[in-house]
Structure formats: C-alpha cells, structure tokens
Design a protein around this ligand. Structure first.
Ligand code: 26V
Length: 811
C-alpha cells in the first residue's frame, strides 16, 4: 500500500493535518482511527474505479446479492489484512507511539444482521472479491443495527445500537444515484394505442439514497461494492417557516415516517409477524437496487432483452423476493415489454436461497396490507399466481387441495417462499441434509413440478476473517509449516494432515490454544471479575438463543454435573468452563428465560466453594462478530446440539473447527458434512437423527413424561427448575418446565439428554489424553478448507450465477 514505513508515517501525519488541522499530540484516538481509515480509502479509490471500469468495458456478467442483512463486524483490521498492509501499518504506527490494536478497538461493529444469514452474506462478499469475481451486495443502511445486549441482574436488557454516531469512514454517500420508490396510491388501467397501460397515481414518493462501501479482495486489485440504501423525504428541505403550525407538525411527522424505513433492523422473531414497516423496508431496497441496476444497464446496453445474460440477482431468503414482481413491473410498465418475455428474463435473472425450514419463520403477508402498500406490485403477484395455478391445474386436473396448498396467494395471505420458487430459476438449501429436507418434505410439491430448480450449496465462512485475522498465532504456525498458499486456497490446509502424529507440532498447537485461552480468560477476569482455570475444557456455545438450538440441553447437563459434584466434591472430572454467548429476540419469552436461567445457575456455581472451582459458567454479554473473533480461537469444545433436522446448516460450527475446537453435536445441518470429512473419530456425535425426529413428529411427538419419570437425573434437574432449588427465581423458570413436561418437549431435549450426557463423559475421557485431543484438533483444522466460503462462492458462481473471475489490472 505504501512503499515503506517512512512514506506511511508521512502520509498519516498529513492526513491528520488535512482532516482535523491537528498534529499528532492533539489528535484523539478517534481522529487517528479516522485518519487511518481515510488513508486506506484514498489508497483503494483507484482500484475501486478500475474495477468498475473494467467490469463495464469488458461487459462482464455481474451478480448482485440482495440481502436485508450484512453482518460485517469491523472493517479496519480485515481491510489491512486483505491489502497486505497490516504489518507495515502496525510498525509504522508504533514508531509514532500509536497502538494499532487500540485504533482497531475504536471501530464499532457494523452489526446489520441477526446471525447466520447476515454473517453468511458478509463472508460471501469477502470471497467474491478475493476470488476476483464481479459480485456486489445490496441492502439497507440501518441507522440502528442489531441491539446491544446488557445483562442486568441476570436479565437481558436491549439498548439501541447507534453505530453511526461518530460517522463511518468506510462509506461514501452517492446522492447523485438516488432513486424514487413509490408506496400506496392506486393504479389506473388504460388502453393506449391498443396496449394496456398501468398508471400508478396518488402514491407516496420516497427517495432512496445509496451509501457505498468498498469490498476489498485479498491480495487482488478487485474492489467490489456493498451498496446500502437510506430513506429520505422526497420533498427536500422543507421551508418550515412557510408552513402553518399544523402543517409544520405534519411536515416533521412526514419526515420521521419516511426515515423510519431505514431506521432499524428487525430482530428475528420466533414467530413471524407480518409488520407493515418490514414489508416497506423490503420493497424499499429491492426497488431502489433494481432501478439502479436497470438504469446503469440501459446506459451501456440500450435494450433489456439480454438483461439476464449480464446480470444475476440473488435473493438471500425470501426477504428480497419482491425483486421478482418489481423486475416484472420495470420490464412491463417502464420498458413496454410483453408478459411472457418479461417473465422469461425475470426467472432467468433471479435465484433464491432458503435458510430455514421452521414453518413459523416463513414469511406470509396479509393480502390487504400488501395491496394497500404496493398496489401495482400486488396486481403483478396476483397475475403470477393466476398463471401458476392454471399451470398446476393442467398438470394436476381436479387436485384442488394440492393447488390450494401451493398457491402464492391463499387464505388471505401472500406466501413469499412460493413466489420465490415460481419466479426464480434456482432454489438452494445450505447443507446437504437441509436441501434433502426441502426436496422431500418441506417443498416436496414444488420439487415435483420443478425438480431442475433445486440444488444444494453447503455454507462456508471466510478463513481470512475467522482464522487469519482472529487467530494470528495459529495462522502463522500454519504458514510456517505448509506455506501461505492456504490463505488463497484454503483447501490446501489438508497438507496439515501429515502432522497428525508429530508430537512436536501438536505441542505447538496446544501452546497456541493455551495462549488464546489465557487471552479470553483475561477478558473474563477484567469484565466480570471471575477467574477461570486455564487447564479446564473451554466448552463453548455461542449463537442466537433459540429453543431448537437447545441451549437448555446444555444447561440441564451442567445442572446434573453440578448435582453430582455437590454429592461428591472429589468427583474425578476434568475441570470445565462452560461459556455461553447469545442474544434473544426481545419478544421471545422462552429464550429470555433461558438467559436468566444460565445467569442464575452461573452465579450459584461460580460462588459455590464446595465444588472446588471444578466447573465455572460464564455468560458473555453482547455476543457479536468482534467478540466471536476472540472466542473461537480459545475454544476446546464446540457445542452444536440442535434438534436434528432443525438447523439448516450452522456456520459457527465451521469457525470453531478451523480454530481447532472439536465438535460435540447432533447429526444436523453442516455437522453431518463436518463428520463426513473428519471421520467419526474426530467428532463427538450424539442424539436422535433427523429421520428419527421426523418419525416421532409424524406420530404426534414422543412422550417426554416417560423420560422424565424413568431417568432420575432428568427428573431431578427438571424439578429443580421449579422446586425452590433456585431460591430467588420463584416461578420464573416454570415456562421452561412446562415446555419440557406438559408441552411434551417439542425439541426433544429430555429425549436426547442421556445420549448427550454419555457423550460428554466421552469428551472428558478423551481430553485427558493430551495428544489424542490435539490430534483431533489438528484433523479438524486440516479439513476445514472444505468449509471456506471460497468453495461455496465458486459453486454459486459456476452453477447458479454463471459469472467468471475478472482479473483487475493495475490502474
Ligand atoms: C427471520 C426474520 C423474521 C422476522 C423479522 C426478522 C427476521 C430476520 C431473519 C429471519 C430468518 C433467519 C434465518 C437464518 O438466519 N437462518 C440461518 O441461516 C444460516 C446461514 O445459511 C444457517 O447457517 C443457519 O442454520 C440458519 O438458521
């Protein structure tokens, strides 16, 4: 980036001066951080321009990844790494008396996502750019990201995440590229020169303003774009003085109603609620994104007849599925195309990923709300539905029941997943098992009609953030041992396999893990004043709090272990530190109660002198990307214990694996494929299979009371939720108790308890054999290459999007 340290230092000091008129002594840390960020931006500007120029000139096909969520985390460190400038920057700043680490810690996380789906989008952007692929992100610039979690008296409290408070060096506002998005109003249908035309009138116009963030590839010249849209009033800068008092208030109300569209990221809810503002958000960014893509395409290609040959649009879950009717609207109403041609182009342009089979999470919008907010889009969806149902009628004459079940509009609702399947050419699941469940159960009827559309793309994560950045010591050891090629070709990590019996190498791995554990332990000590044993097993479950992810199974096992320890404080176990991190949706009672349960249990256990510090329980508040980067490298054991068939893939499992943690998990999601590559000997598998779970469901569930009555350990811990064992809790945990007993334990927690507890004994036994454990750890790292998002993105690029790498020349 800069030839040498001297040049870097010079440029940095100049930047401070031009930005803030300051010399080094006067500058605050924030100023220094901004100066550094702004230097990087200056530096990449020419590559950014060159990338766009080359894409345009060579007319390469480009993909746009439409997503309501991009969970980027911090960008400074990741950008420095991808520019190969970290070391030099670190040293140069040091000579100026500045700690790079400290500057990195100033940056707030860009937390524009809930969890898996949003983080996947961020990993995909890194892989696209690092593979020189022409691919960009399109989403919403939320003023408030995912809430900040505080734990107060054991309870989760939510605070707004005002991540833009001190500005954002990475983004550039592109006011010239703003577009208008129209809501409400009515549609007038007219015949003009023998054509039917649709005129949307009396609508509410809103201006969508894009903010662009550069996405820098690893050691490539490629700089792609993440374009996030912000909502602004269409009537610019009210002349407030000219309004009468009443109108003044109205004007302010109007402004805040408009701005509310890009104000806040909705938290994922356990049960889907059709909220108008969320539908507005969806149409807002989809319409803005498409208008801008079409406008640019037309500028260089004129006609839209071959749009799909140069543009691919991917919809991340059903949230951006309005891209289908919106593209139809543009092609028909604005370009004058006929239905059939427009439909052909639309289907060829759009592809869709499903990320969950939990039926309660599927998006369905009330027809009345939909039609009122988006009258023209509703007409188009209605027409798509009519044509689709007619097609079904021809294929299944008389089978009303099937047609009713498959319809896009039925029972007063618009079913977004159905629209996504009908209006796209590719539908993919995110792990082998998930795709099979889609094909054979959840979307069976659709698979029968469109077998060619369904395919699998097992998720992946970027090694650059989750290994190279998060775990520099391990990354260095790997590069020293097998060379640094793995950073560009993660599959090369497999060469580590040959060190599986090399005790000297295994010792080095163990030392690194130990240092990473010490670092996390220090964080825990500083923040919570709790000391943890560095030789204990760091047993970690970090992910969103959800009944199906079964944090409760983990907790019940800890309670049982605690009971055994109280009975016999000399019980021979390897000490354990149980670590949790999880945010619960603000309205999700069961999840929030589980957080309180963990914290209540933690304070009881951590203060119980009788058990001689053999176990500790830590709840890390405000789990987010930046905290995750400290946690994964320090983990020994990765908890992936969802009810089989429920976790579409999981991606945390992959981040643990590449940092050398061993998985304890069910045969669910990508765990199955992890097990496939590392082999049964290098993973701890327990519990019911997805098939067994499905069989129970078909027969009305299993009888949880039987397990409760028969297994005394289970009975004891379940009773402890309500029998005064937690003295101050009163009836608080009754909801959990009821779920497990009277509600027949819908997620098979009690059913899997014995198998889980036995497997945990196995973990304990294995950990005592140091080299056996280290070998398992090594095998996991060596096989993690398969779970790089570089592999996943290469599959999307070749099998769905049909895009090719474009090497960007030096500008
Ligand atoms: C649903 C809703 C519902 C209403 C409001 C906001 C909102 C936001 C997100 C969602 C769906 C979340 C689905 C999701 O994150 N699925 C996860 O996707 C990961 C990436 O494919 C996958 O690894 C996880 O297994 C899957 O749970």
């Amino acid at each position: 980036m800069f030839k040498n340290k001297e040049e870097f230092k010079q440029a940095f000091l100049e930047k401070l001066h031009t930005l803030y008129g300051e010399c080094l002594d006067e500058a605050s840390d924030l100023d220094k951080y901004n100066a550094l960020g702004s230097m990087i931006r200056d530096h990449i500007a020419k590559y950014w321009t060159q990338t766009n120029k080359q894409y345009r000139k060579k007319e390469v096909k480009q993909v746009y990844y439409f997503s309501m969520e991009f969970l980027l985390g911090r960008l400074l460190g990741a950008n420095l790494i991808n520019l190969s400038a970290k070391k030099m920057c670190e040293e140069a700043l040091k000579e100026l008396g500045i700690d790079l680490n400290l500057l990195e810690n100033i940056e707030p996380d860009a937390g524009l996502g809930n969890g898996g789906l949003g983080r996947l989008a961020a990993c995909f952007l890194d892989s696209l750019a690092s593979l020189s692929l022409p691919g960009h992100g399109c989403g919403i610039r939320y003023k408030y990201g995912f809430f900040e979690q505080r734990i107060v008296d054991g309870y989760q409290v939510e605070l707004p995440d005002n991540w833009l408070r001190d500005g954002n060096v990475w983004e550039i506002r592109k006011a010239d590229n703003a577009v208008e998005v129209r809501f409400y109003g009515n549609v007038r249908v007219e015949e003009q020169d023998g054509r039917t035309v649709f005129i949307h009138e009396n609508y509410e116009p809103i201006i969508a303003v894009p903010y662009d963030t550069p996405i820098i590839g690893y050691e490539r010249n490629t700089v792609n774009t993440l374009r996030l849209w912000s909502a602004e009033p269409a009537i610019k800068d009210f002349d407030f003085s000219s309004f009468s008092r009443g109108d003044y208030v109205k004007a302010v109300e109007y402004r805040s109603a408009v701005e509310s569209i890009s104000q806040i990221l909705y938290p994922d809810e356990s049960h889907y609620k059709g909220r108008e503002l969320r539908l507005k958000q969806q149409y807002f960014f989809v319409s803005a994104g498409l208008q801008c893509i079409v406008r640019r395409y037309k500028k260089y290609h004129g006609s839209l007849k071959c749009f799909h040959k140069k543009i691919a649009i991917h919809v991340n879950d059903t949230h951006p599925v309005l891209a289908i009717p919106e593209l139809m609207r543009i092609l028909i109403d604005e370009e004058g195309m006929g239905w059939d041609e427009a439909w052909d182009i639309t289907v060829k342009t759009i592809s869709y990923t499903n990320h969950t089979i939990l039926t309660e999470a599927l998006e369905k919008w009330p027809v009345d709300m939909f039609r009122n907010l988006l009258p023209r889009i509703y007409m188009i969806v209605h027409e798509i539905n009519e044509r689709f149902c007619r097609e079904l009628w021809n294929k299944y004459p008389g089978d009303w029941d099937r047609i009713h079940k498959m319809a896009i509009i039925a029972d007063g609702q618009v079913k977004m997943a159905h629209l996504a399947i009908v209006g796209s050419h590719s539908i993919n699941g995110v792990s082998k098992i998930h795709t099979e469940i889609l094909k054979n159960q959840e979307m069976k009827n659709f698979y029968e009609v469109y077998p060619h559309k369904f395919n699998n793309k097992t998720n992946g994560v970027t090694h650059r953030r989750w290994l190279l950045k998060a775990n520099p010591a391990l990354a260095n050891l790997i590069s020293e041992t097998i060379g640094a090629n793995w950073i560009k070709y993660p599959i090369d990590l497999i060469s580590l396999e040959k060190y599986r019996n090399d005790t000297a190498f295994l010792d080095k791995l163990a030392q690194i893990k130990q240092r990473n554990k010490a670092q996390l332990a220090k964080y825990i000590k500083d923040k919570y004043n709790i000391s943890v044993d560095l030789h204990s097993i760091f047993d970690v479950q970090v992910k969103r709090m959800h009944a199906y992810k079964r944090q409760l199974l983990n907790v019940l096992h800890i309670m049982d272990l605690y009971n055994r320890l109280r009975e016999n404080p000399d019980l021979d176990i390897v000490p354990r530190t149980f670590i949790f991190g999880a945010k619960a949706s603000p309205s999700y009672v069961q999840a929030k109660t589980t957080i309180k349960l963990i914290n209540t249990l933690a304070s009881m256990i951590n203060n119980d002198k009788r058990i001689k510090d053999k176990i500790k329980v830590i709840f890390l508040e405000n789990y987010r990307v930046t905290l995750a980067e400290m946690i994964f490298p320090a983990a020994d054991l990765s908890e992936q214990i969802s009810t089989a068939g429920k976790e579409a893939s999981g991606t945390g499992n992959m981040k643990f694996m590449m940092n050398g943690a061993v998985t304890i998990g069910t045969m669910d999601g990508a765990n199955i494929e992890i097990c496939e590559v590392v082999g049964r000997d290098n993973i701890f598998i327990f519990g019911l299979t997805a098939e067994e779970v499905a069989n129970y469901y078909h027969n009305g569930g299993y009888c949880s009371w039987d397990v409760y009555a028969k297994d005394s350990r289970v009975k004891t811990v379940v009773d402890q939720l309500v029998n005064g064992f937690f003295p101050v809790a009163g009836e608080e945990f009754r909801v959990l108790y009821d779920d497990l007993t009277h509600n027949n334990d819908p997620f098979f927690v009690l059913k899997d308890f014995a198998s889980y507890a036995d497997t945990q004994l196995e973990v304990d036994k294995t950990f005592r054999d140091k080299y056996k454990w280290q070998k398992m750890s090594l095998v996991n790292i060596a096989h993690s290459g398969k779970f790089s998002s570089d592999r996943t993105i290469t599959e999307y690029a070749t099998q769905i999007w049909n895009i090719k790498p474009e090497i960007i020349t030096n500008p």
